[in-house]
Each structure stands twice: as structure tokens, then as C-alpha cells.
Design a protein around this ligand. Structure first.
Ligand code: CAA
Length: 380
């Protein structure tokens, strides 16, 4: 086992770090405050290859590995976790899903554009009554000639308002439960497909989260991903990879909270000395650094397993479960270290806490990750 990155991986990390500092950092707080989507930054991310990192060059992607993706996701999310989730959904749910299970037609028509950011993607699995219980799909897709007619509502859809294409899971045969769900690529502008409510959120406020409605929305058969009935497995397999992206996002937030705490503790004086000289602060910093490193190792392990074509579902759930907890804990500690200044918007750490919380919820709550992990443990 070698704990060493390749030159390419280090180059990608540096590129993402520079982009985040130059382009995202100056406006991250303001966009959070105003709930403004980072249109220009997302366009530039596409041009830099950050939106189709693992897509093969044949389909205009960057042709990189998952480890590089984790390194870049951490750097982007360290500065702006909202930009991080926009990037994560496009890369690991939408592009990866189409690259692995889409048809050649779908790759030519959609993946090539998604990989370069000319199109943005969203992933619509959740519904008002199907969050953790994802197979309880109420959205239906009824076959009519060479089309499917979709009716239903999706909610909490990241990128939903700005997406050009949405991967939609819907029941094609309700009697078959999880085996009666299919996945479809639905284009923006398709009649009957509308963006409904935009949510006002605690954190990641400059990314959009919306509900989507489908009313007699006709989707051509060639837009179905895989066979009829493959939709639930498609969603689960895609989420196995997505959870690595969210673990890396959580890692970025935790690292940001740690770095802010380190800096502040070397500047702030109390009782006649820098607070970094108090053991109470030193131990907090030591615990934060240790937990962040453990979260990073779990996340990189899941990525390395995926790159090696080894089973990685359990590793990815462990990485997300642990990294999301470390993000919340680190943000809380950062606020404590900053005292009253941590609670106000003059310092960035209150945003880190607001942004961290969602990593314990989306792409499977921490409870869902424990289901996945325990089922894997019990079946061995
Ligand atoms: N890979 C392949 N197949 C899988 C799989 C996986 N990871 N997980 C499940 N399956 C298969 C099972 O093997 C089973 O197939 P068979 O009957 O042929 O064996 C079938 O799928 C049904 O699986 P389960 O019986 O395990 O299904 P379940 O109803 O018990 O659900 C669950 C399991 C883990 C709780 C699942 O529902 C789940 O992951 N829920 C959370 C959903 C989620 O993460 N939502 C996030 C929404 S997307 C999002 O947040 C994106 C965003 O905007 C940021």
C-alpha cells in the first residue's frame, strides 16, 4: 500500500485549489447570503473539466480517476460547499450514471454536453413520500407507443432549477416494487415537465434545491436508461459513487473549519496570551486534525476501490457516514474556538456549520448509510 498521489492527481488538486481561491472565494459569502446560483463559476468549472472529471475523453470528459475527483471536490467544497454539491451531482450521479449504463445514443446526445458543462444535470429520485424509503415511488411512467407518459412529483432536487437534463426514476410497474422502477433522461422544456417550488435552506444556499412536477409528460423510449425495471438498481449503484462525492464535500467543509480555527487561535489573545497556547484549544485542534485525516483516508479508500473495479458500496457509505459527522463536529468546534465571533457572519465558520448539516442528510441519511453498512457486514 502506497500513500502517495500521482503527479496528475496533485496537479488536479492544485488546479481546483487555485480555481476555488480565485473564482469562488471572493463571492462565496455573498452568494450564500443572497441565495445566488454561481452561473459564471459553473461555466468555468465546465471549461476546466471539473464537471465531467471521470467521463472518458471519448465523450469530452477529463478521463480522470475517482481519487482525483475526491481531491478536487475537497478543494472546491473547502471554499464553497454549494459549488461542491453542484459539481458532485453533475459528476457522480448524472455523468457517471449515463457513462456506465446509458446507451451510445444517450452518451452522444447528453453525456458529451454534460461532461463539458454545456448542459447541467440533476438526479430525481426523492419524492414527498419517498426519501430514505426510495423504492416507494409514486411517480409513474406508463408506456404509450414509443413514449412513456410521466406523472408525479419529485422533491429536494439539487440543480433542479438550472438543469438541462434530469435523470428521473419512476414506477413502470407498481406491482413489482423496487423491480418495477425505471430511469429516464428528461430534457428541460419537455411539455408537462415543470420546476415547482424553490426551497429556502439552512445551508448550501447558493445551490438550488427544488421540487419538479410531471403532468402527462411524454418521454421518448430511447431516453430510458437500461432495461425496464432497472431504475432502482441504477439509482442505488449510482448513489454508491455519489456518496464518495458527498464524503469529499464534507471533508472540504471540515478542513475549512479546521484551518479557520488554527488561524484564529494564532491571532486571538485571551488572559494575556494567544489562545493557541491553551491546552484546551490545542486538544480541540488535535482532535479535529485526527478525525479529518481519518475521514480523508476512508474517502480515498472508497475512491481507490472504485478505481480498482473492486466492490466499494460499503466503503463509500462508511466514508460518507464518518466524513459528514466530522464536518458537523469540526464546524461546531470551530464556532466554539471563535467564541462569539463564531456565531456572527463576520467570520465564515457559521456558514460551515450550516453547510455541513446537509451532508448527514442527502444522498442517503446517516441512518441509511448504517443500513447499507450493516447489511454488508451481515451478509459476509
Ligand atoms: N447496488 C446494486 N443493487 C442494489 C444496491 C446497490 N448498492 N442496493 C440495493 N440494491 C438492489 C438489491 O439487491 C435489491 O435487488 P434484489 O431484490 O434483486 O436482490 C433491490 O435493489 C432492492 O434493494 P433493497 O431491498 O435493499 O431496498 P430497500 O427498499 O430495503 O432500500 C435503502 C434500501 C438502502 C434504504 C435504499 O432505499 C436507499 O439507499 N435509500 C436512500 C436513498 C437516497 O440515498 N436518496 C438520496 C436521493 S439523491 C440526492 O440526495 C441527490 C442530491 O440531490 C444531492
Amino acid at each position: 500500500m502506497e500513500f502517495k498521489f500521482t503527479e496528475t492527481q496533485l496537479m488536479i488538486k492544485e488546479m481546483a485549489k487555485k480555481f476555488a481561491q480565485d473564482v469562488l472565494a471572493p463571492s462565496a459569502n455573498e452568494r450564500d447570503e443572497k441565495e445566488e446560483f454561481p452561473y459564471e463559476a459553473v461555466k468555468q468549472m465546465g471549461e476546466l473539466g471539473l464537471l465531467g472529471m471521470m467521463v472518458s475523453e471519448k465523450y469530452n470528459g477529463a478521463g480522470l480517476d475517482t481519487v482525483s475527483y475526491v481531491l478536487a471536490m475537497e478543494e472546491i467544497s473547502k471554499i464553497d460547499a454549494a459549488a461542491g454539491v453542484i459539481m458532485s451531482v453533475n459528476n457522480s450521479l448524472v455523468c457517471y450514471g449515463i457513462q456506465e449504463w446509458g446507451s451510445e445514443y444517450q452518451k452522444e446526445k447528453y453525456l458529451k454536453q454534460l461532461a463539458t458543462g454545456k448542459m447541467l444535470g440533476a438526479f430525481a429520485l426523492s419524492e414527498p413520500e419517498a426519501g430514505s424509503d426510495a423504492s416507494n415511488q409514486k411517480t409513474v411512467a406508463i408506456k404509450d407507443g414509443n413514449h412513456y407518459v410521466l406523472n408525479g412529483t419529485k422533491n429536494f432536487i439539487t440543480n433542479g432549477a438550472n438543469a438541462d437534463v434530469v435523470l428521473v426514476m419512476a414506477a413502470t410497474d407498481k406491482s413489482k416494487g423496487a423491480h418495477g422502477i425505471s430511469a429516464f433522461i428528461v430534457e428541460k422544456g419537455t411539455q408537462g415537465f415543470e420546476v415547482a417550488k424553490k426551497e429556502k435552506k439552512l445551508g448550501i444556499r447558493s445551490s438550488d434545491t427544488v421540487s419538479l412536477s410531471f403532468t402527462d409528460c411524454r418521454v421518448p423510449e430511447e431516453n430510458r436508461i437500461g432495461e425496464e425495471g432497472f431504475g432502482f438498481k441504477f439509482a442505488m449503484k449510482t448513489l454508491d459513487g455519489g456518496r464518495i462525492g458527498i464524503a469529499a464535500q464534507a471533508l472540504g467543509i471540515a478542513q475549512a473549519a479546521f484551518e479557520a480555527s488554527l488561524k484564529y487561535s494564532k491571532e486571538r489573545k485571551a488572559f494575556g496570551q494567544l489562545i493557541a497556547e491553551f491546552q484546551a484549544i490545542q486538544f480541540k485542534l488535535a482532535d479535529m486534525a485526527t478525525k479529518i485525516e481519518a475521514a480523508r483516508l476512508l474517502t480515498l479508500k472508497a475512491a481507490a476501490l472504485k478505481d480498482a473495479n473492486e466492490p466499494y458500496g460499503m466503503a463509500s457509505s462508511m466514508a460518507k457516514l464518518y466524513a459528514s459527522k466530522v464536518a458537523v463536529d469540526s464546524a461546531l468546534e470551530a464556532i466554539q474556538i471563535h467564541g462569539g465571533y463564531g456565531y456572527i457572519k463576520d467570520y465564515p465558520v457559521e456558514r460551515y456549520l450550516r453547510d455541513a448539516k446537509i451532508t448527514e442528510i442527502y444522498e442517503g441519511t446517516s441512518e441509511v448509510q448504517r443500513i447499507v453498512i450493516s447489511r454488508n457486514i451481515l451478509k459476509t
